[in-house]
Design a protein around this ligand. Structure first.
Ligand SMILES: [Zn+2]
Ligand SMILES: [Zn+2]
Length: 260
């Protein structure tokens, strides 16, 4: 399957996953017009949209979701809490439930974030290739680590740098919210999570939701690289931009030789 991050950050998030010319979006945090424009620029065809999966109801993830799903005639998938907060119909995904969406299998688990019922998402393609997406979470609990195990590609939040958050422009209350257990992952926390999720079949890591106020792409990249490389990680380490698309990333099912 091909993965294109259509944009990631506090001004909007969307990930397009395509296989057999069918696309599923995880999050649609831009207007429908902006989503179509970004998709067209990145070579993603939204005319065959099988579903829109939402991690949570915050505007930077859900802004265009209902309108896009309605106009495309496809289902909206999210936790029951997210659907009711949006006041929208859709297919509720339960904790660690797996649902078929087009050619994909989508499973989800609850995360810790200041939203109604936020989830991390795992998308498995027709060949068994596995993509994990976890952003907007204050800390990664056992369920998230379980959901994202053995992924071939991971999109993980590296929201803030500890020093830049402390010295940045936000008032103390906002800093506390971001760094709290229901806020966002720091570069350091992302590196720790990725070190735990590392396995020889992990080929691509995308750092997402990088704050423009309290982080820099090079800081996030350096922190994670410094943690993953000593473990033997030699895959791609990418940072998703806010204003443009990243990809297509070709995700294949890893075939890892058993130790001799
Ligand atoms: Zn967000
Ligand atoms: Zn959020």
């Amino acid at each position: 399957m091909n993965v294109v991050v259509l944009g990631s950050g506090s001004r909007g998030n969307a990930v397009a996953i395509t296989s057999d010319d069918v696309t599923v979006l995880v999050d649609a945090g831009f207007s429908p017009r902006a989503l179509r424009k970004r998709a067209a620029a990145a070579g993603v065809d939204l005319s065959r949209l099988a579903g829109v999966v939402l991690t949570h109801e915050h505007g930077d993830h859900a802004r265009g979701a209902v309108a896009l799903a309605t106009s495309a005639g496809c289902e909206l998938y999210a936790s029951g809490g997210t659907l009711s907060r949006l006041g929208s119909a859709g297919r509720a995904i339960g904790q660690l439930e797996t649902v078929a969406v087009g050619p994909f299998w989508v499973s989800a688990c609850r995360t810790r974030h200041d939203a109604a019922e936020p989830i991390a998402v795992c998308v498995t393609g027709p060949e068994g290739e596995k993509l994990g997406i976890a952003y907007d979470l204050g800390e990664a609990g056992v369920a998230v680590r379980y959901l994202l195990r053995a992924a071939d590609c991971l999109v993980v939040e590296a929201n803030y740098d500890d020093v830049l958050l402390r010295t940045g422009p936000y008032p103390a209350s906002v800093r506390e919210r971001i760094a709290g257990s229901h806020g966002h992952l720091s570069n350091r926390a992302a590196a720790e999570l990725l070190a735990e999720l590392w396995h020889p079949g992990l080929r691509t890591v995308v750092l997402a939701h990088v704050s423009e106020q309290c982080n820099r792409p090079d800081l996030a990249h350096a922190q994670v690289r410094g943690t993953l490389e000593p473990l033997g990680y030699d895959g791609d380490l990418l940072v998703a931009p806010q204003d443009g698309a990243l990809g297509p990333i070709v995700v294949l099912r890893s075939v890892v030789a058993a130790p001799a």
